[in-house]
Design a protein around this ligand. Structure first.
Ligand code: NIG
Ligand code: FE
Length: 427
């Protein structure tokens, strides 16, 4: 029985982010539990019925059928899941969490037929949020982020990747990364930081573009690496943003400084983004609405995670990523919100999962593994989270649903009954 390895587990005392892990206990009366262990295909979520889970020092040390619960854990504080379904804490592996202001005017304009590039060209889009973000104080940005994170926790999210990309200057990109660093002390959620200085060029002519890229490569990336402010380096490769050659240059400099590469690619057209991500050994390629079969195969071979972002396709009225084809071609597919004030103004990851099923043709089980274990893989923390098994963090969620099929099918506003982080019930 794979769960009965109590004596083998040695809680390290700290998590992936160096934070002290606390709490020990047992959760019993779990009607249906998805372990989401890695073995097998993306659809293999290794469920258990009538299960229990035990943890010590914030780390899981036993998961299995309740009637096999070892006597050693019986003295721990015991909680009842009252027959609820339990899943690993959800991991939102792609958000643009810190921004100033919203852009509801653009929602109306898009519905009236204007496209994303037209809106950007007329002073809206990412540069509008850049101006509003620069005007916002760090305290305001932190307060807004904490509000959003609180809402995410209530939906069962326990780890959030946060990109910059609305500062777009040396000072403001660093400032937003420091906002994310300071957030870590103020929220029980885990925050994973990504530099997206190469979101768009803050000015519009070519000369400034070259200066901007030079600034990122020669000044900003070294400063970020020196201060340990981000783990990942991302770029938006698209008409009106950056080219494949810009990506090669910026991402390789980041890699030489220890920042892993991520890319926003093939969102508005096939720019060869899948193959580019594979060539660069990127940890993930995100969006992928227009990626070709050759791009999918290159990603499968390189082990690059494909991140499905249904809200962006929905809000921009674009064809969705063909998640089914990615899975069938052997790519691990994560599901995330892309939460941002333009193309994806929602932090609702369970809703994004349901849309990944209906729009991108993932099965509910694939969407669940995509928002837990595979999402953790996309942000390089699969070793300590994303599944419920001995040795992983005690991050899990109780849902009032029967199982993942019923949860995704009979979609209700929020079925999250409790969110546990490090073995502590925080919602
Ligand atoms: O991931 N694609 C580029 N960036 C964001 C949109 C940002 C915005 O519109 O503010 C995205 O969809
Ligand atoms: Fe994005």
């Amino acid at each position: 029985m794979w769960g009965a390895t109590l004596s083998d587990i040695r809680p390290s005392g700290t998590d992936h982010f160096g934070r002290t892990l606390t709490g020990s206990g047992v959760l019993r009366d779990i009607g249906w539990l998805a372990t989401c262990r890695a073995e097998g295909q993306q659809a293999d979520i290794h469920p258990l019925e009538n299960a229990a889970i035990a943890w010590h020092g914030g780390v899981i040390d036993w998961v299995g059928p309740q009637d096999e619960l070892p006597v050693e854990v019986a003295e721990r504080e015991t909680h009842s899941a009252e027959g609820h379904m339990v899943i690993p804490g959800l991991v939102d592996c792609h958000t643009h969490l810190a921004f100033g202001g919203w852009r509801s005017d653009e929602f109306r304009r898009k519905l009236a037929g204007e496209n994303y590039l037209d809106i950007a060209a007329s002073g809206g889009g990412i540069r509008k949020t850049m101006r509003q973000t620069r005007e916002a104080s760090s305290e305001d940005l932190i307060a807004h982020c904490l509000h959003h994170l609180g809402q995410m926790t209530a939906l069962g999210v326990t780890t959030v990747e946060c990109k910059t990309g609305y500062g777009l200057s040396y000072e403001d990109e660093l400032r937003v990364l420091r906002v994310y660093r300071d957030l870590t002390e103020k929220t029980p959620l885990s925050i994973v930081k990504t530099l997206l200085a190469a979101h768009v060029v803050p000015h519009t002519d070519e000369c400034n573009k070259n200066c901007y890229i030079q600034m990122i490569c020669e000044k900003l990336l070294p400063a970020v690496a020196q201060e340990g402010l981000a783990q990942f380096n991302d770029i938006f490769v698209e008409e009106g943003a950056f080219t494949a050659d810009d990506a090669r240059r910026i991402l390789r400099v980041g890699q030489s400084l220890g920042l892993k590469a991520k890319l926003h690619v093939d969102q508005l057209g096939d720019g060869g983004g899948g193959a580019l991500a594979a060539e660069l050994g990127a940890i993930s390629a995100d969006h992928l609405e227009f990626t070709s079969a050759a791009g999918r195969k290159a990603m499968a071979q390189a082990g690059t995670v494909g991140v499905c972002l249904p809200f962006a396709s929905l809000y921009l009225n674009q064809p969705p990523m063909n998640g089914r084809a990615f899975v069938e071609d052997g790519v691990s597919v994560a599901v995330a919100t892309d939460f941002n004030p333009g193309s994806a103004p929602s932090w609702d990851l369970p809703l994004a999962m349901m849309l990944a099923c209906t729009m991108s043709r993932l099965t509910p089980a694939e969407a669940l593994k995509g928002a837990t274990l595979i999402a953790a893989r996309a942000i390089d923390c699969e070793s300590d989270r994303g599944s419920l098994e001995p040795g992983k963090r005690a991050d899990f969620v109780e849902l009032s649903a029967d199982n993942v099929d019923e949860w995704m099918y009979h979609f209700r506003p929020n079925v999250c009954e409790a969110t546990w982080i490090n073995g502590n019930r925080i919602h």
